[in-house]
Write a protein that binds this ligand. Sequence first.
Ligand SMILES: Cc1cc2nc3c(=O)[nH]c(=O)nc-3n(C[C@H](O)[C@H](O)[C@H](O)COP(=O)(O)OP(=O)(O)OC[C@H]3O[C@@H](n4cnc5c(N)ncnc54)[C@H](O)[C@@H]3O)c2cc1C
Length: 365
Amino acid sequence: MEKDFDVIVIGAGVIGLSISYELSKKYSVGLIEKNKRYGLETSSRNSEVIHSGIHYPTGSLKAKLCVQGNELLYEFLRENNILHKKTGKLTVVVKEDEIKEIERLYKQGIENGVPDVKIIEKNGIKSFAPEIEGVCALYTASTGILNVHYLMDCLYEKFLNNDGIVGFDEKVINIEKKNSIYLVETEKGKYYSEIVINSAGLYAEQISNKLGFNYEVFWVKGDYFTISKKYNIPLLIYPVPMKEGLGIHLTPRLDGFLRVGPDVEYVEKNYPPYSNEKENSIFKIEERKKEFFYNEIRKFLPEIKIEDLNSESYGIRPKLQKKGEGFKDFVIKEELSGFINLIGIDSPGLTCCLSIAKYVKNLIS
Ligand SMILES: Cc1cc2nc3c(=O)[nH]c(=O)nc-3n(C[C@H](O)[C@H](O)[C@H](O)COP(=O)(O)OP(=O)(O)OC[C@H]3O[C@@H](n4cnc5c(N)ncnc54)[C@H](O)[C@@H]3O)c2cc1C
């Protein structure tokens, strides 16, 4: 059987694009995407934060790939003139009993190799953001923000320049292994390759099932509001993390306004992801959350007024932990010779896109 490509990558989100670009330096790569364009799902529905790596248990893939990915991403953004800002971030303690947790995070950050982490006293907080109130804070200098659309445009262009081939509007419906070659079948055709990478985001679990590898993935929605009033808050402001998620935080967007969120809401897998939002009355759902968001934010930004919050958008993460369960790591694994699964690529997936690509390259070589 003749192969069409050395590698087929399923899914053109930021992860599939990064892997395709990295592998196209050495292999012939076909990238298959069910939508009409790249990056229309989770990759364009997130906070656009370049995380530092303090939040993940030492030794986990998330910790390693985040610290490495943070550095690789800044380098790539600089080299390719992609809009971004290394703003830094404050995780603000608002109650004395949160101090222990901030000390634990500080220690974990150092152990994970995060550069420039320090504890800031109460008075120091004002020198970063005068309107923010807190008991003390943890500062990470390497946290920042980027424009994820420009990043994906750049990865896509570089992939094409390396003779990468893309099939849009092609949903993968089956995969089979025939001797040492994989047959990847879409609604439009059949393609053969030696290696298949499953980076199908929310649907990676379904693709994996086709070859008999079963995972249980949960869909966890996060809503965002925007603050209409301009504040002098040039860096990210986070609360001390909640049990699920990092807590409702403030992210300065590149247009100067503040984004608030996301929250953590487990939803059914038939939740209408990313289509006809307005018709799906998604904005009503967000309105129901306004008071909760307001109460979370005013703990460290007492000046905020509820009427300043406007519903913005939402994203859905594929999470491996059930509601109430603790930390779960990314699954990035060669399940069968030549078949690599990427399952549960939730946050900090965007930060890790380039380090994940290198990790996958190492797995196949
Ligand atoms: C609310 C929220 C906030 C976040 N904030 C951050 C953040 O600030 N920083 C950070 O580092 N990370 C963040 N993340 C995580 C980050 O967005 C994801 O880890 C990353 O975007 C995952 O990219 P992906 O390419 O795996 O998935 P996706 O972008 O979902 O791409 C998967 C692609 O596969 C395609 N596909 C699916 N099934 C098929 C099929 N059968 N055939 C063909 N194609 C298929 C889809 O159409 C899609 O285009 C956040 C996530 C959410 C939801």
